[in-house]
Design a protein around this ligand. Structure first.
Ligand SMILES: [Fe+2]
Length: 399
């Protein structure tokens, strides 16, 4: 049997898996499902119907998580996988930022652009996320000063794709999310640069032009046959708001596609945590707190909650102070242990900058001696301490 078709017990079934065939307890084929499992309710129904095992297709949907054997070995294995992926993710990111630059610059000049290049970029993003979403996600915290438009396009693509992945979207859908993410702001290439890069507040007439960028974007891609409705939904809906107060169409609630709701959260998070001409980057916590306040008003609560889980309470790149007084940059988040990430300590308890940073694995320290000093006390603004967090997120992989 092909490696991507697996027989699993119903106990291992989770939303996001693609089911091909369903068997009863006595191994009789109940049905050929050929569908993605969308919810826990669907699993409960299958259980009630007496389903014992199923064939899943791991190319079309999620795989079974690796069984944890010896605890130390498995955590080491995850670590190696993360760092191995970080190297690949760095290359994926470099290439996709290049692609975004090519595409956006072509549109700005009124030249044709290649959809297949964007599809290749999306393909690489999806593959990296499926291997290990944490690697590419953490690189989203590296923000360039000059290349905002390009890095923002890639970051929205990465954050939307991994959110869609955690919601169980299949491979084809993930590709379309990736494409839509890279292209979500292409309409801005028709907005005069003087407005786009204006440092101060917009006058009403300027904002009215800015608000047209989703429509412009849709116009630009409408000539391309291979851009799907799914990708277009991100372009046209990423500024719609749950309460109907967004733009360009003022859609609300269920009128907005789920992928539009995802795009909105990914877009605003990356915009807030980036340096802009008119303000310095917000910390991840400040951005998450603002987004959370907008639940049910601006954003879908379900999507925001999922996003917070994905990013962690102290996302990679956060600058934090421990109860002990030591301060440093969060370099790694374990989804199962959000309160105890890894922190590269840069300042000692008296606030003196260390000559050589030391990395603390708060979870390990907590496990060993229950050391309360390893608790994170507060998240701070790194700029106030002249800390460039990007330095500690990247280039950490063992050589
Ligand atoms: Fe936008």
């Amino acid at each position: 049997m092909a490696g991507h078709i697996k027989k699993i017990p119903i106990e291992d079934l989770t939303p996001g898996m693609y089911v091909e065939d369903v068997f009863s307890r006595d191994d009789v084929l109940l049905l050929s499902a050929d569908s993605i499992i969308e919810s826990e309710e669907r699993i409960a129904t299958l259980r009630r119907q007496g389903v014992a095992s199923l064939y899943i297709n791991t190319r079309k949907g999620k795989d079974v998580p690796q069984k944890l054997g010896d605890r130390v070995d498995s955590s080491l294995l995850r670590e190696v996988e993360y760092y191995k992926e970080l190297n690949k993710a760095r290359e994926v990111r470099r290439k996709t930022v290049e692609t975004a630059k090519d595409v956006l610059d072509s549109i700005r000049r009124g030249h044709p652009f290649s959809v297949s290049k964007v599809e290749e970029a999306a393909q690489e993003i999806v593959e990296s996320i499926v291997r290990n979403p944490d690697a590419l996600n953490s690189l989203c915290q590296i923000k360039g000063y000059d290349e905002y438009t390009y890095t923002h396009s890639v970051n929205v693509s990465v954050l939307s794709t991994s959110l869609a992945y955690s919601l169980g979207y299949n491979h084809e859908q993930l590709l379309q999310v990736g494409v839509g993410g890279v292209l979500h702001d292409i309409g801005k290439m028709r907005v005069p640069e003087a407005i786009l890069n204006k440092p101060g507040k917009y006058a009403d007439w300027e904002f009215n032009i800015m608000k047209k960028h989703p429509e412009y974007g849709l116009e630009i891609v409408s000539e391309k046959k291979n851009i799907t409705e799914f990708s277009k939904a991100i372009i046209i809906q990423h500024h719609e708001r749950y309460n109907g107060k967004g733009y360009p169409r003022g859609l609300s609630g269920a009128q907005i596609a789920e992928i539009g709701l995802i795009g909105a959260v990914a877009d605003v998070y990356d915009a807030l945590t980036s340096n802009r001409v008119y303000r310095a980057a917000w910390t991840p916590q400040k951005a998450l707190a603002l987004i959370f306040q907008g639940c049910d008003e601006d954003y879908s609560r379900e999507i925001v909650e999922r996003f917070t889980k994905q990013m962690g309470i102290y996302p990679v790149g956060s600058f934090v102070r421990l109860v002990s007084g030591e301060m440093g940059v969060v370099t790694r988040v374990d989804r199962g242990n959000l309160l105890f990430p890894r922190v590269m300590i840069l300042f000692d308890a008296s606030g003196k900058r260390l000559e050589l940073p030391v990395e603390f694995d708060l979870a390990e320290m907590q496990k060993k001696d229950g050391d309360k000093r390893t608790l994170i006390d507060v998240s701070l603004n790194p700029a106030a301490f002249r800390v460039d967090v990007a330095r500690y997120i990247d280039d950490k992989s063992p050589s």
